[in-house]
Design a protein around this ligand. Structure first.
Ligand code: ZN
Ligand code: MN
Length: 499
């Protein structure tokens, strides 16, 4: 019988380590002047250097070095006084030089840490994730396998190569083994990537879009029998591209490895690929050892000697830590932990902050972005922020507060803005979405509702206040939801002698 996660954890103890690759958002590539814009036509952003043509010579991108140092500083690393690029030799069809220019034994940043908090059965708990190194390297191109059912090379008729991504600056952030995560390894992995992403975003060094691959996580997982004090053979699940998948991939690997060991099989050191649909990982290639790469110092690039005064300057200019900023916002807004976490998880914190800055009430800003707007965005499979601007949501919330819109009308306004009918004001105008607050107009609808249901009206007259709900509903319906329900209730009860 297959073990589930809890059963696997009774027998085995997991060990977790994480590698994250971040594409920097520099205007040009790591070692040449080619543009880095995402989504350009294939092979339009290439030159002899990033195509690896003979005789071409690389020149390092100063901005990429600055970004790498800032990342290291934000992760509490030491910046090494002397660092160097190295050639990592291997063959990939989308890597035209046949080596990746990376860093090996002389990385630019070492020995940092990042604290992450997760919810445990015993309440919030902080895990210190130690960072072993932060190094610079370059991305490869992209292969597109055409003709097969799976998009993989097996069964494909031919493959296309796009070198636009070849040479895009990458920073690789490698943790040490995270101690003591035990059954929370999946949650710690997710929280680490989330916190790292927030830090990178606050530094402005990357788009950090996991779904576009500008932030990719490799999860290293091994398990060993409880109390054995040994480390098992690890697998490396590559390029996991969402926070949810990071958590699922770690969980899935723990279960898979436990079941293999229980069946008397051994764990192979290999790379694996996460399958979104099943939540399982699939075998990739057996993992090279470092010596297989025949690393050697890159002879075409000068070593990097960062001026300590410059590093100090960069350190002094680092932005506020996202964890501190979150705490301040939460206090200012007075929202509970759960709502705060929901905003962070939905990646809408910045958006809600902007909406509040434009005059909206924090709770309302949160509920419109996470509620109606997110729902519509989900339906269309797009980001909420691509549908409507914070200024427009703020305007709608202000109109509700002023009594010019009901929640129901406001939903129609949101829909109109999203359909491209213009600003909230012009949608209200065009669709005639004014709150009916004119007492005489409401009274006409109230009289009609009473006339249509005299028995209900009698019950209300007789003191049965809850019965008024049906009449209020009828009035709201007759006015197309444009009446203020509280106002209708007040007028109705007064009219029936119960006000
Ligand atoms: Zn180039
Ligand atoms: Mn790498």
């Amino acid at each position: 019988m297959a073990l589930n996660y809890d059963q696997a954890l009774e027998i085995y103890e997991p060990t977790l380590g994480l590698e994250v690759h971040v594409e920097l958002n520099t205007n040009s590539k790591m070692f040449c002047g080619c543009a880095t814009e995402f989504g350009a036509s294939p092979n339009t952003q290439t030159c002899p250097v990033c195509l690896g043509l003979p005789g071409s010579l690389p020149v390092v991108n100063a901005k990429a070095i600055e970004s790498s140092i800032r990342i290291g500083l934000a992760l509490n690393c030491s910046i090494t006084p002397f660092s160097r690029f190295a050639r990592k030799n291997y063959f990939y069809p989308d890597m035209p030089k046949n080596f990746q220019t990376s860093q090996y034994d002389e990385p630019i940043c070492v020995n940092g840490y990042l604290d992450v908090t997760i919810d445990t059965d015993e309440g919030p708990k902080v895990y210190r994730v130690e960072i072993e190194r932060v190094h610079m390297e370059e991305d490869t191109g992209k292969s597109l396998h055409v003709g097969g059912a799976t998009g993989r090379i097996h069964g494909a008729e031919h493959s296309l190569l796009d070198y636009n991504r070849a040479g895009i600056p990458l920073v690789e952030i490698v943790t040490r083994i995270v101690p003591g995560t035990d059954k929370y390894a999946p949650e710690v992995a997710r929280a680490y990537v989330a916190e790292l992403r927030d830090i990178l975003r606050s530094l402005g060094v990357s788009d950090v879009k996991m779904e576009q691959g500008s932030l990719r996580c490799d999860a290293n997982v091994s398990i060993a029998p409880r109390g054995s004090g040994t480390l098992g053979t690890r697998s490396e699940t590559k390029n996991v591209n969402s926070l949810r998948s990071v958590e699922r991939a770690v969980r899935g690997e723990i279960v898979r490895q436990a079941n293999r060991l229980q069946a008397g099989e051994r764990i192979i050191q290999e790379t694996r690929h996460f399958q979104e649909e099943s939540g399982e990982t699939r075998s990739g290639r057996s993992k090279e050892q470092a010596e297989d790469y025949r690393y050697f110092p890159e002879p075409d690039l000068l070593p990097i000697v960062a001026d300590p005064a410059w590093v100090e300057e960069l350190k002094a200019a680092l932005p506020e830590k996202p964890s501190i900023r979150r705490k301040k916002l939460q206090e200012a807004w007075g929202v509970p932990d759960k709502e705060m976490a929901a905003m962070v998880n939905a990646e809408l914190l910045d958006t809600v902050e902007e909406t509040v800055a434009l005059g909206a009430e924090p709770t309302k800003a949160r509920s419109w972005w996470l509620g109606e707007v997110s729902r519509l965005a989900n339906e269309k499979s797009v980001e909420p922020t691509s549908l409507i601007k914070p200024s427009e949501v703020a305007e709608i919330i202000t109109l509700i507060a002023a009594g010019e819109l009901t929640d129901k009308l406001a939903r129609q306004v949101v829909e109109g803005v999203i359909n491209g009918e213009g600003t909230p004001r012009s949608v209200i105008e065009k669709r005639g979405l004014k709150v009916v607050s004119d007492d005489s107009a409401l009274m006409v609808a109230i009289e009609a509702a009473i006339a249509a249901a005299p028995d209900v009206a009698d019950r209300v007259r007789g003191g049965n206040i809850p019965a008024a709900g049906a009449l209020i509903g009828a009035v709201m319906k007759a006015t197309g939801g444009q009446a203020d329900a509280a106002k209708v209730r007040e007028l109705l009860l007064k009219h029936l002698g119960q006000g």
